[in-house]
Design a protein around this ligand. Structure first.
Ligand SMILES: [Zn+2]
Ligand SMILES: [Zn+2]
Length: 330
């Protein structure tokens, strides 16, 4: 049997978070005895996870923490294929996140996030949008696009590849991390490699969206599976000449979806570098996760909500724009 990772279209229900090391399976994963629709944590554990609210200095954040149970949806098991169903995820409370060695610290000398674009097919305009979304999400961090010297990076570095289930090329994500490690700049908080090529982490896995190692501050993410033609292109079907051309609106919608998914998953993967494990408490960017991020970067929470609202509105991420607008009014 081959293993699959989270196959939700938007992994982890859009919640940026991360495992302490990578998406690697635990040594002996114990399946949770949770049914679809069950809350992952008890109310008591969620409240405990918020940490001591009195010590929170940011007014907006404090209010969010105080009203967490009233205003936030508890995280539930959404499907049997949910990552949390088959992987025992440790509940990482705010207090646990504060313990030494759990997170990489943002310092003035290491405060840049590099997005390493290794594919020609990821256009500059698209990369610039990723950069801007990241700038809003990881407020106050510097985000920089980096490119390899040659456009055949994976071939040049002799990254092993294989044929995937639908005939596509797949590249070994672990080797990519290894090969990109020497290229991580000194001032990098982390470097995330992005590609349109499909990835696999181990021979026994079908594929993986992203792979990260927070110890070495490197990650790799593929947007390939979000491309509307992913299956169609690779099933090797003859192009149907009769097939109707996509209307400009449909094309725009598909592009927008690709961008939205790419943005979500990119910030999710970067969340790994911040030492955050997958969230088990609340939906969206939950108060616990927000507090963890804020404790590392010390940003102004209200200003960040406003910036997120602005960018989501501009990129037409309607649902998220509404969410952030509401949050910025707290
Ligand atoms: Zn993840
Ligand atoms: Zn959370």
């Amino acid at each position: 049997m081959q293993r699959r990772t989270n196959t939700n279209k938007i992994p982890d229900n859009k919640v940026p978070g991360a495992r302490s090391k990578s998406h690697a399976p635990e040594i002996k994963p114990k399946p949770r005895v949770l049914k679809v629709g069950d809350e992952i944590c008890t109310k008591q554990l969620r409240i405990q996870a918020l940490g001591d609210i009195r010590s929170c200095q940011d007014k907006c954040l404090k209010s969010i923490l105080q009203n967490a149970e009233k205003q936030q949806m508890p995280k539930k098991l959404i499907s049997k294929g949910d990552w949390l169903c088959s992987h025992k995820e440790k509940d990482q409370t705010f207090d646990i996140y504060q313990k030494p060695g759990v997170k990489n610290l943002v310092t003035p000398a290491r405060n840049k996030i590099y997005i390493f674009v290794i594919d020609k097919s990821i256009l500059d305009e698209f990369a610039a949008k990723l950069q801007r979304y990241c700038e809003a999400f990881y407020t106050d961090m510097k985000i920089q696009i980096k490119k390899p010297e040659s456009s055949t990076f994976l071939q040049d570095k002799e990254v092993p590849s294989r044929e995937g289930q639908v005939g596509q090329n797949q590249y070994n994500a672990n080797v990519i991390l290894k090969k990109t490690l020497p290229l991580v700049p000194k001032d990098a908080y982390c470097m995330l490699t992005v590609t349109m090529e499909d990835l696999y982490p181990f021979d026994s896995w079908n594929y993986v969206f992203g792979w990260a190692n927070y110890v070495s501050r490197t990650g790799v993410f593929s947007f390939g599976r979000y491309h509307p033609n992913f299956d169609r292109d690779y099933y090797g079907e003859e192009e149907d000449e009769e097939e109707e051309e996509e209307s400009p609106e449909e094309k725009k919608k598909a592009e927008n979806e690709l961008l939205e998914n790419a943005c979500y998953v990119m910030v999710h993967e970067i969340g790994h570098m911040f030492g955050m494990t997958h969230c088990t408490f609340y939906e969206y960017l939950c108060p616990v996760c927000l507090r963890k991020l804020q404790s590392n970067m010390q940003f102004d929470v209200k200003r960040r909500f406003k910036e997120m609202h602005k960018i989501c509105q501009e990129f037409q991420f309607t649902e998220m724009a509404e969410y952030y607008e509401k949050q910025s009014q707290i």
